[in-house]
Design a protein around this ligand. Structure first.
Ligand SMILES: Cc1cc2nc3c(=O)[nH]c(=O)nc-3n(C[C@H](O)[C@H](O)[C@H](O)COP(=O)(O)OP(=O)(O)OC[C@H]3O[C@@H](n4cnc5c(N)ncnc54)[C@H](O)[C@@H]3O)c2cc1C
Length: 378
């Protein structure tokens, strides 16, 4: 006997969980996840940052549409703050001034800082290294676990079901329904949402569709000891203006990343020693400090479309196959708006909590995110 639903979502990362929670307000939803627990891949490995000035214009628009959810979550969603203020600071050496100017042109609201301003905030930055910077005061640390659990609770309360340990292995369309073999069960629904992160193109292939060209890219992160004798609590997120490395306070230590973007097959990504060494070297060069040890290291896959813009919408080559993929390095900070857009496009009605939201999402943005732009042979 097949288990039936209105919508089946593949993947229980932040994308699948948030879309499931939204859709369950008006549809019978099932979420299928390969791993024994949700959020095991990219979602559980992020740097947990929210910054309005990050990414291209489409990404920034979707981030802005997610902000109110994180600052004032709906009643019952969480008992803890989902976002804690922390500015983002793009910093540059003198040879990187052109890159800094270009960011400022794109986001004029960023506040210029001198080398002294930056050293006042982050005294370990060496005066020989630093030239200037731009401050984004809207940034913050996200509580990714609380966000993921909040969406999953909401899915459950609205009658949705999550099947962990159920890897989707077959996907075919028969008599107006998608038939999905996952684990030891068969699931059927008229609509399937592809929220499989790094595996999203593989899910398309299972459904008999050509992939849209998503590329998973490995990114490494690590924790190092906070410099002795300094209170790092209020340091900003420090991002090299050409995104060669970044660091920020994290649970009493410093989270450091070489901001690597190494193409990778979809897999359980692991950190490479070379990337760890690169990050440590860049941090030591910028600060003159020695990093005596790396406390913990990890890596995850950020999955990008060729234009680094999300892929959200129905696939025009078949019926009922919806893409929610290509979240790149912004999938946590944009999840609330992408989930509402997904629910709105699938149900054709405005989302429950924000009746004006559908109208707020401008048609040209919907078109920019649509998979149509990536599909040449239909
Ligand atoms: C080091 C690092 C730092 C980052 N920092 C930030 C940040 O500061 N802010 C931010 O917003 N974003 C950040 N990101 C990006 C963010 O983590 C991702 O954009 C986001 O988590 C993507 O969510 P997802 O649900 O699409 O993917 P995932 O979390 O990878 O979820 C996809 C799920 O689909 C499942 N799946 C795949 N195939 C199948 C199948 N056949 N059947 C069933 N299930 C399947 C997988 O098991 C997986 O759980 C960072 C990422 C990394 C790696």
């Amino acid at each position: 006997m097949a288990v039936t639903a209105d919508v089946i979502i593949i993947g229980a990362g932040i994308a699948g969980a948030s879309a499931g929670a939204e859709l369950a307000a008006s549809a019978r939803v099932i979420v299928l996840e390969t791993e024994p627990q949700p959020g095991y891949h990219a979602t559980g490995r992020s740097a947990a940052f929210f910054v309005l000035s990050y990414g291209n214009a489409a990404v920034r628009a979707v981030t802005a549409m997610s902000e109110s959810f994180y600052r004032s979550p709906p009643a019952g969603f969480t008992e803890v703050a989902l976002i804690r203020p922390r500015p983002g600071l793009f910093f540059s050496r003198s040879d990187q001034r052109a890159a800094l100017a270009s960011i400022h042109d794109e986001v004029p609201s960023l506040r210029p800082l001198s080398a002294d301003d930056i050293r006042e905030r982050v005294p370990v930055i060496s005066p020989d290294y630093i030239d200037s910077g731009l401050l984004d005061e809207t940034g913050g640390d996200l509580d990714v676990d609380a966000i993921l659990q909040g969406f999953l609770r909401r899915l459950h309360h609205r009658g949705g079901e999550l099947y962990t340990g159920h890897k989707v292995q077959e996907l075919s369309r028969e008599d107006g329904l998608w038939k999905i073999a996952a684990g030891d069960k068969t699931f059927m629904a008229p609509v399937v949402v592809n929220a499989a992160g790094a595996w999203a193109d593989q899910i398309a292939i299972l459904a008999g569709l050509k992939p849209v060209g998503l590329q998973p890219k490995r990114r490494t992160a690590m924790l190092i000891d906070a410099p002795k004798g300094l209170d790092i609590t209020d340091w900003p997120l420090m991002v090299d203006v050409e995104e060669q490395f970044y660091f920020k306070p994290y649970a009493g230590a410093l989270l450091l990343s070489p901001a690597d973007e190494t193409p990778s097959p979809a897999c359980d990504a692991q950190p490479e020693e070379l990337d760890v060494a690169l990050a440590v070297d860049r941090f030591e060069t910028a600060t003159g400090l020695e990093v005596p040890r790396v406390i913990r290291r990890w890596a995850g896959l950020r999955t990008f479309a060729p234009d680094k813009t999300f892929v959200v919408g129905f696939d025009p080559r078949t019926n009922g196959f919806f893409w929610l993929a290509g979240q790149g390095g912004y999938g946590v900070q944009t999840a609330p708006a992408l989930a509402r857009l997904t629910a709105s496009l699938i149900t054709g009605s405005p989302p429950r909590e924000s009746t004006s939201e559908r109208a707020d999402i401008k048609q040209d943005l919907i078109e920019q995110l649509s998979p149509n732009r990536l599909i040449t042979c239909q």
